[in-house]
Ligand binder design. Structure first.
Ligand code: BGC
Ligand code: BGC
Length: 992
């Protein structure tokens, strides 16, 4: 059988090369992270589609990818609306791409603004997560040499969901002329070449245009209307109505330096909310207040969201932004106004998995909502209630009772997982997709989410009216599906796929069986609760609620008795003595694997070995036993062995295809590693999950946001690093914060009360183990490995001379280890300069410096440096650079030692410079090491202070005057050997 991963089968064919995850530094260099804003400082056409996903905005009603208003070749623009599904061959149904509301074309004296022509003199895109705003500023020179500034801004209103806003501010820099802006609704959106829409009608309004369409099969009608306003000058307007593409054009004259704003507002309704969508869109448009008023209301709505759902992290800006980013993407994908839709695996940000809904929602995404936005959680679960009919059809079709939720779900709850793959290679065989028939743990996953929602909210009425029916009817399915094996006197569940999809037909999967057992336990409990809590039903005064439901579901007391028997006798394979749970019967007999044998690789193990061979190996696509132990963490899971978690972790984690298996893995591993106290490991896994889309580390971000991973990120923060346990009287924290995190704050809503957590680490301490256990070295760059100090000095000197500031070699001594801005302030002294001048001077100095470091060669390494680096690497030591310089990477490359360095952290990595410990702590985290296991090599006083504050061992190079506070002081690295350093460090410990 061909070696094809099922995951890749339904992806768009990527035009991007698949990056090797192992080589990607965790900190992305081409995006900038501030606390609330994600900044893309340059336009890179190679990343076009992935970034369209990353810059998705939305409001739970719809999501719009970050495509450009003016378009771009190869772009994949999409606006996806929750619940707007339509039929399509093979994969049954998909979210239909809706008309593009962004379209805005700017024409300057007849030349059309587009990024693939002319010159981009400046470009910056910003996603403001705090206020749900996407902005782009561009300075563009047209092919004939006209320069203009364009500032775009867009939002999908959170205050008034059918409303969308877009503004473009235009400033001609070096010309006077005429500008034409064409604003359209593009009625020809497509899903990979497939058009879901019939054009019904379109027309003009007094100052606007409208469009009416209908999906071809599901007959969902859609109405849109839009108008534009031009602020800052008089414009003439024209409406044109080419079929499917109504367009408004504003034309106006501009003079050099003048800024004109064009404001576009759009309204959009479907027949899922209103009877006459196009009418509703027109009426709404007519009543809309000004753009600024809409924007203000939208921003206020976001304030409210963050008041409840924010997570604050101090000491790690990348993690701070990444966490907020993931929460933002989750939030905009879920509806707070509708309970017949749910979050799909790729949110509303891309066409991957076609908008289908998986267990990702209940198990990965829901906890964030349940505990911070319970009304949304309720909607997502009510969606399952409304799709019970489909789930009943699925059960009945397979000959079972009750309800069997589909592995992939859409509008109705009928199974929409494709039966086979769709190979793009004309000679490849289609691969049968078995998950639709065999991966059935979803029933229990949904019951789990229902139960936890009820536990967290105490929402008895919802459980009575919706949740109970879900739990009971799905329990009936299990009852008919379990098999009694008389010989062994046990119930078994055979022929399934567990959470790990690499094993496609197994018996007695521990994860599924224990989840089923738990589900049946809760079904019994819910039925009893219903009987006792609501003795009188609403339908009839004489009947109690439980009885009404039992009648509807044909649930008898014999059934409930058989549930009890099944709970008692359901087989789960494990070894009571060792605490090791067997993933399924026979797993331990499969051929073992050492995943290291396959590194480096750029694809999943299933793609490397082929489907059949992978089935025969002890290799996991994603956590299965570990997933079970995580979900059952507050319950006695399978075994009461005291070390069960550690034992199973040690066995299963190394056999899990964490890099290219499922993106659901890293967050779950992070939580368990944190719970086991392996914080550095936990952090690495956590960052893999948190950055999966920001860095496109799996190469498939263009298909949409990895929503389950995003939900897992929140769980990793709260249940992993925060160590939250949900107890009857409220959540309790046992934090294990990553080394650089100085503070972690979040809120949880538990049974009607908000609980605020403000967690800090125990105060940083000097290393204090018995003997130093050194596992890594962090080298400062300047003055330690090379003498860029000289290059810096010359650049500063040139600047000082130009500015007539007193400066010389001696004054330069005070700048050792000091960051750029602080250095400049020292040189400037009391001379007064404006902010902008200082900025310019720093840029100038940097230019001089960057020019000069291009001449660096390996000859510029200081004596002893390479020898020591090589020796350290041979002993297995990890090596980082921790330098205040912002050009550390270039210098390392020019010195020819990049292959000897694991991690480069520099002036961009953290906010606070040395002597704050942040940079070194960050480096240690990136290396995956505890600070106490790291040695810092430094030549500057501030660097030694930073190392000590970080709780690391410090080696100072140079005079006692400068580095006397270090644990060891050396002249330089010449003739320095690891063995000698180790002896000295051990000695030090004894002396203490
Ligand atoms: C996934 C399944 C999914 C199938 C079809 C596979 O790659 O692993 O969970 O159902 O694709 O969409
Ligand atoms: C995973 C499933 C997941 C699906 C959708 C698959 O690759 O194996 O567990 O539900 O993707 O994210």
């Amino acid at each position: 059988m061909s070696a094809v991963t099922l995951d890749s089968v339904f992806r768009l064919r990527s035009t991007l090369p698949l990056p090797n995850l192992m080589n990607i530094p965790v900190h992305s260099r081409d995006l900038i992270y501030t606390d609330w804003t994600l900044i893309e400082p340059q336009f890179d056409p190679e990343r076009l589609r992935a970034r369209e996903t990353v810059f998705t905005i939305g409001n739970g009603y719809l999501g719009t990818r970050g495509s450009f208003e003016e378009g771009y070749p190869q772009a994949l623009p999409a606006t996806l609306m929750r619940g707007v599904y339509d039929a399509v061959p093979v994969i049954y149904t998909e979210l239909a791409n809706c008309p593009d509301w962004l379209s805005l074309v700017v024409i300057v004296n007849g030349e059309r603004f587009r990024l693939d022509r002319g010159d981009i003199l400046h470009y910056e895109r910003q996603l403001d997560l705090r206020h749900g705003l996407l902005k782009r500023s561009v300075r563009w020179r047209s092919p004939t040499g006209k320069t203009l500034d364009l500032q775009f801004e867009r939002f999908a209103s959170l205050a008034d969901r059918p409303v969308l806003g877009l503004r473009c501010q235009i400033t001609p820099i070096d010309f006077n002329g005429t500008i034409e802006v064409q604003s359209s609704l593009n009625g020809y959106p497509e899903n990979q070449g497939f058009d879901h829409w019939e054009q019904l009608d379109q027309g003009k309004l007094e100052q606007g245009i409208w469009l009416q369409l209908r999906t071809r099969h599901s007959h969902i009608e859609l109405g849109m209307a839009t108008k534009i306003a031009v602020i800052g000058t008089n414009a003439s307007f024209q409406a044109a109505n080419p079929p499917g593409y109504p367009t408004l054009t504003a034309t106006f004259a501009v003079t050099k330096g003048q800024t004109i704003s064009v404001e576009k507002v759009v309204t959009i309704f479907t027949s899922q909310e209103v009877e006459l969508p196009v009418q509703a869109a027109q009426n709404k448009l007519a009543d809309l207040p000004a753009y600024a008023v809409l924007l203000e209301a939208h921003q206020q709505a976001w304030d409210t969201v963050w008041q409840h759902s924010d997570v604050e992290i101090e000491g790690d800006r990348t993690a701070q932004l990444a966490v907020r980013y993931n929460l933002f993407q989750l939030f905009i994908s879920a509806s707070s106004h509708h309970d017949r839709v749910s979050v799909s695996a790729k949110t509303l940000s891309g066409v991957g998995y076609r908008g289908h809904i998986f267990w990702d929602t209940e198990i990965f995404i829901l906890p964030f909502f349940t505990l911070t936005q319970p009304a949304i959680a309720r909607n997502l679960l009510t969606y399952r209630y409304h799709t019970l009919e489909g789930a009943r059809r699925k059960a009945a079709h397979s000959g079972y009772q009750g309800a069997m939720f589909p592995w992939e779900s859409a509008a109705t709850g009928d199974e929409v997982t494709p039966k086979t793959s769709i190979p793009t290679d004309p000679y490849a065989e289609a691969v049968r997709i078995w998950v639709r028939d065999r991966e059935m743990h979803l029933n229990a996953d949904i019951a789990y989410a229902v139960w936890h929602y009820w536990q967290a909210t105490g929402d008895d009425n919802w459980l009575r009216d919706y949740g109970a029916e879900i739990i009971l009817d799905t329990a009936l399915f299990w009852m008919s599906r379990l098999e009694w094996h008389a010989e062994q006197e046990r119930y078994e569940l055979c022929g399934v796929i567990g959470a790990d999809e690499y094993h496609e037909q197994v018996n007695n999967n521990a994860f599924t069986n224990r989840m089923v057992q738990w589900h049946l336990e809760k079904a019994v409990a819910v039925y009893e609760w219903l009987q006792h809590t609501f003795p009188v039903g609403e339908a009839s005064q004489n009947e109690n609620h439980a009885a009404t439901l039992a009648q509807k579901l044909q649930l008898t007391s014999e059934h409930r008795l058989s549930w009890q028997a099944m709970i008692a006798k359901l087989y789960i394979p494990y070894d009571a003595e060792t605490g090791l749970i067997e993933q399924f019967e026979g797993f331990f007999q499969l051929k073992d694997i050492d995943l290291n044998d396959y590194e480096p690789r750029k694809q999943s193990i299933q793609a490397v070995l082929g489907i059949d061979e992978t089935n025969q190996r002890q290799v996991l696509k994603q956590p299965d036993v570990l997933m079970l132990l995580y979900l059952m963490r507050d319950t006695q899971s399978v075994t009461d062995h005291p070390d069960a978690l550690q034992k199973n972790w040690d066995y299963y984690a190394p056999r899990t295809d964490i890099t290219y298996g499922s993106s659901l893995t890293p967050a779950i591993h992070a939580i368990l590693a944190a719970n086991l106290g392996a914080t550095a490991d936990a952090y690495q896994q956590f960052m893999q999950a948190a950055m999966v889309d920001l860095e496109d580390s799996r190469g498939n971000t263009e298909d949409g946001i990895h929503a389950a991973s995003a939900g897992g990120v929140w769980q990793a923060v709260v249940f992993g690093f925060g160590g939250i346990q949900l107890k009857d009287d409220g959540p309790v924290a046992t934090p294990h914060l990553p080394p650089t995190w100085t503070r972690l704050k979040f809120k949880l809503h538990w049974r009607g009360t908000w609980h605020s957590f403000d967690l800090t680490p125990p105060s940083a301490q000097a290393p204090d183990s018995h003997k130093p256990n050194i596992q890594g070295f962090i080298f400062d760059l300047d003055g330690v490995l090379t003498n860029t100090a000289e290059f810096h000095y010359r650049a500063w000197q040139q600047l000082a001379d130009e500015e007539n500031l007193p400066f010389d070699r001696q004054a330069n001594e005070a700048l050792r280890g000091v960051a750029r801005q602080a250095s400049l302030l020292l040189i400037v002294g009391d001379r007064s300069y404006s902010e902008a001048q200082l900025q310019e001077m720093m840029e100038r100095k940097n230019r001089y410096y960057v020019e000069s470091i291009q001449t660096i060669t390996p000859q510029d390494l200081l004596p002893g440096a390479v020898a020591l680096l090589d020796e350290l690497r041979q002993t297995g030591m990890k090596i980082a650079i921790g330098s205040a310089s912002k050009n550390a990477k270039t210098v390392i490359e020019k010195l020819g030692i990049a292959d000897r360095i694991d991690v480069i952290t520099d002036g961009d990595s953290v906010e606070k410079p040395k002597p704050a410990p942040d940079l070194f702590l960050y480096a240690a985290t990136q290396l995956g090491l505890d600070p106490a296991h790291c040695v810092v090599v430094e030549d500057a006083t501030v660097g030694i202070e930073a190392a000590i504050a970080a709780g690391m061992w410090a080696i100072g190079l140079g005079s006692m005057d400068h580095v006397g506070a270090a644990h060891i002081v050396l002249q330089n690295l010449m003739g320095v050997h690891w063995a000698d350093l180790q002896t000295k460090l051990d000695q030090l410990k004894i002396d203490r």
